[in-house]
Design a binder for this molecule. Sequence first.
Ligand code: NAD
Ligand code: ZN
Length: 250
Amino acid sequence: MEEQLRTVANILKGSRIVVALTGAGISAESGIPTFRGKDGLWKKYRAEDLATPFAFQRNPKLVWEWYVWRMNIISKAKPNPAHVVLAEMEKEGILKAVITQNVDGLHFKAGSKNVIELHGNIWRIRCVDCNWKTVLNSPPIKIPPICERCGGLMRPDVVWFYESLPQDALNKAFKLAAQSDLMLVIGTSGVVQPAASLPLITKNHGGILVEINVADTPLTLVCHYSLRGKAGEILPRIYKYLKRKNNGNI
Ligand code: NAD
Ligand code: ZN
């Protein structure tokens, strides 16, 4: 493992454009449950059955209860060493951007600036009728919240299953993926499209893929390097080698 970390650090040093693609796993060590895996259930519901436009239509209050539960967790969460290392790498000009599927805003909290939020942000809400948007700083008291402009229902401005991604964010992400000579694929199960196809774009353009995940994923087979372990532990170890002038090769 140590040898692999050192090799990855060396490749990182020699890369021109590096991006990170992050998923729920990078925030797991901050205490935010992922969708898949043992913590993926809320009450008796699966995230896949709540994060849909149909669920909201059928029972907006239930969906909002789930979001209030998640907002409460997220408001207490702090960036972990994985978020911090990515922010440091950006500051030092090593990392160009973070493309994230997360809605928790922890990359910004850690100090990252160039963050592309593919699935929106949990604190932004919008009216289903007139599209008026506003940003919350704590979970709403009364649910579902009502639009101040037209009295319509407000919903979280996040991308649900069966919905398309914000075009602007998606365009930027595809462009970055094509340009990158290295993509760090961190804590994503690699099954949610179109985010899961971004690493393939990088690879098809000749870029290197480095996966950091506690478990195998469908992307493991296409990644050049797969580092098994927690993002909050692996990234600081890579960073340590990055900072060494001779990379420990004396
Ligand atoms: P996912 O829940 O499908 O998968 C999480 C992945 O992270 C798994 O592959 C798991 O093995 C890995 N993982 C768990 N702990 C890890 C750790 N400490 N270090 C490294 N890897 C770890 O998540 P996904 O692929 O992001 O897709 C699910 C969707 O859920 C996304 O669209 C996202 O918007 C949403 N989501 C977001 C948050 C958040 O904002 N924090 C939380 C849950 C779900
Ligand atoms: Zn409205």
